[in-house]
Design a protein around this ligand. Structure first.
Ligand SMILES: Nc1ncnc2c1ncn2[C@@H]1O[C@H](COP(=O)(O)OP(=O)(O)O)[C@@H](O)[C@H]1O
Ligand SMILES: [Mg+2]
Length: 249
């Protein structure tokens, strides 16, 4: 479970001044559900996810993740979360197996537990073909699958995916979308950020539309379609964002 309450992050930038990257955002993600955070570039998706993963401290408001407070109990939050960031660097000299095992040991897993998790994740993500090859020669898709396996090695209850299909070919992107759906089936709490409308339609039980740091609309696809009088996610998005622009003007 993730519960964000009035989550706010203000950056102070020398040139741009005060940036309200995340502005009074509240939402709930439940186990066995995929929450889609949909927004354009710069909308505040990554900042929201970094707050939940305790990589940033909120300016105001807060959140609980798997029952733990992100400010008071960051270590316990981190132990319960797998966070796949967009900018994941892998060590080129390690193999995929070594990469996953390394992060397993960092998370306190025994050698036996690591071996079991590597085998499981290799099945689920289809890693066998390149499991014992060095990461430096991998394609973007192979790297992304290795990053996902590394992120989930400790089998966390809460999964945070930040635009996981960005830059991937169609087949690899489909595999990753299918994998995320399987995570829901296994009862994980999943939050998934994207700017790709069709991924929201395929994956998400609940959608939050974020624009200039604010959650401007939230609901299931059906609910949002009814509210805005259109069925297509792209139309819903344009109307939700447009309505916010008018209010702000
Ligand atoms: N560390 C930072 N310092 C200053 N501004 C930042 C920082 N991180 C993000 N921002 C700004 O916050 C806003 C939201 O960014 P981000 O959360 O990365 O959006 P998204 O992931 O939706 O593209 C943008 O205006 C971005 O430039
Ligand atoms: Mg981002």
């Amino acid at each position: 479970m993730i519960e964000a309450r009035n989550l706010t992050k203000v950056f102070r930038d020398k040139k741009r001044g005060e940036i309200r990257a995340v502005d009074d955002v509240s939402f709930t993600c439940r186990p066995g559900r995929i929450y889609g955070l949909l927004g354009a570039n710069g909308a505040g998706k990554t900042t929201t996810l970094r707050l939940l993963a305790t990589l940033l401290r909120p300016t105001a408001g807060g959140a609980t993740v798997a029952g733990f407070d992100i400010v008071a109990e960051p270590e316990r939050v981190r132990a319960s979360v797998g966070f796949l960031a967009t900018s994941t660097a892998l060590y080129g000299r390690l193999t995929a197996r070594e990469t996953i095992a390394y992060f397993g040991r960092l998370n306190g897993l025994s050698d036996a537990a690591v071996a079991a998790r590597v085998a499981r994740l290799a099945d689920e993500l289809d890693l066998h073909e390149f499991l014992d090859r060095r990461v430096e020669k991998f394609s973007t898709g192979m790297k992304q699958k290795t990053s996902i396996a590394r992120t989930l090695v400790h089998d966390p209850a809460v999964l945070i995916f930040d635009e996981p299909t960005i830059g991937l070919d169609v087949m690899t992107a489909r595999n990753i979308v299918r994998f995320v759906r399987d995570c829901r089936t296994r009862g994980k709490t999943v939050i998934y950020s994207t700017h790709v409308m069709s991924e929201v339609e395929k994956l998400c039980d609940l959608v939050g539309i974020i624009h200039h740091g604010r959650l401007v609309a939230e609901g299931s696809l059906a609910e949002l379609g009814e509210r805005y009088g259109v069925q297509d996610m792209e139309e819903i998005f344009i109307r939700a964002v447009g309505a916010d622009g008018e209010e702000a003007a």
